[in-house]
Write a protein that binds this ligand. Sequence first.
Ligand code: UD1
Length: 422
Amino acid sequence: MDSILVRGGAELHGRIPIAGAKNACLALMPATLLTEEPLTLTNAPRLSDISTMSLLLESLGADVQALEEGRRLALASHGLSSHRAEYEIVRRMRASILVLGPLLAREGHAIVSLPGGCAIGARPVDLHQMAMEALGAELELRDGYLHARAPRGLRGAEIEFPIVSVGATENALMAATLARGTTVIRNAAREPEIVDLAQCLRRMGAQIAGEGSETITVEGVDRLSGATHPVVVDRIELGTYMIAPAITGGRVECVGGSRALLASFCDKLEAAGITVEETPEGLATRRSGERVRAVHVVTEPYPGFPTDLQAQMMALLATADGVSILEERIFENRFMHAPELARMGADIEVHGGTATVRGVSRLRGAPVMATDLRASVSLVLAGLAAEGETRVARVYHLDRGYETVEEKLRACGARIERVRQT
Ligand code: UD1
């Protein structure tokens, strides 16, 4: 397995282009199942999670062509050959559950494997299930698969989520576009990826209002058409690279970034003493003082501080002047990077969903590994700031969500390379 080798201590200066959002793209791709006409996504990221979603859609009979080195995805679902999402693919990626709504809406039935546990917590799918049932589907769990049927088609309904879920909102939104009548989704997720999906569905002819707010209203239509849609910028990749110069010193401009995508994160960086500057092409961060200041971070659904940037923020705060508190409110078990950071000299104490980080003046390089995507990149960031050499194992986690991470950082002066192992 490949690993990433980082020799820490170099300041970063330069520009990093930010790719299209993985999480938006993973929701946009299943929208192809809603129409017989072609759906083209531009600004797609080149990531292994995108290949996994392509495989899943192909297994259902969709045609997926990755053009322009994967930047443009041409999707078409003329006639579907299967409505069964197999465990073999679904277990690799939880976002596979996003085929449930579109399959049900278009075909009237779907069989989707349960995604199973994952490193950051139990992550059930009860809210997805609840939304489909509200729309008139019958669901049954058999042999590890959700069997869903809507023989008379889906009908519009009121769906009120007890907690905010990005994926369940996406599934409900897609399914509602072809349901008979009006659907009102309350306590909907407001993430930019939801807004992007709604915009794409509208280009396909869907009638949607209120995306980006807590209440989304959908008037069902008889059919959707094809469309071409650019994937929104990846705010998590953006936030990750904004932290890089904050942790090493220097200045990096993230091309394509905007403050609107990450307002609460930017506020927190500024509270820590980092300068965040809007530039004509994006967003630049710079560390002016010697060490960042300790801050209190609470992860929340959008527009709050994103859970997907919590690990990277912890790496930064590990070197802050003072004691920081990180409260994880979205996932119950998302501090697995803490003991790895501790191997590098960080002083972190975890109690339940709260981590207390006592900043140290210097981290030291060490061999580390991570169990999920954002945890992996937090270790790379820590390695950039550490004295000596850090080897991050299990790089396949990184490749799920970050395009050519070593090239992007090396272009700014980082001493980082991928060590290939066959
Ligand atoms: C999406 C993102 C992920 C991000 C997360 C929260 C994608 C592909 N992934 O994941 O990167 O970390 O949002 O911003 O977009 N829950 C239930 N029952 C359900 C569904 C969710 O209890 O049926 C819980 C989850 O366990 C979690 C919370 O709801 O505690 C939020 O999860 P959710 O927003 O659904 O996350 P995902 O859509 O899976």
